[in-house]
Design a protein around this ligand. Structure first.
Ligand SMILES: [Zn+2]
Length: 74
């Protein structure tokens, strides 16, 4: 089975699914804002299918609460 972990960017606060190889590198780069950051806290660990599902759910919730971009006021 294919395993993955769920991380959260400290800058844009988006969740992201990454492969377990990231444990070797100890660093990852956010695909949205491009910030390179240390591994930090792992929010979920499981199959990559579960992980990508959770990532989209959590990102929907983050958008819903308006915490995605803190510099925007609507
Ligand atoms: Zn980011």
């Amino acid at each position: 089975m294919d395993f993955a972990i769920m991380l959260r960017c400290t800058q844009c606060l988006l969740y992201r699914s990454e492969s377990l190889f990231i444990y070797m590198w100890r660093r990852w780069t956010c695909a949205i804002c491009g910030l390179e950051q240390p591994l930090g806290s792992v929010h979920y660990r499981g199959s990559s299918a579960d992980c990508s599902l959770l990532v989209s759910r959590f990102n929907e919730i983050a958008r819903f609460h308006g915490r995605l971009y803190q510099n925007g006021s609507e």
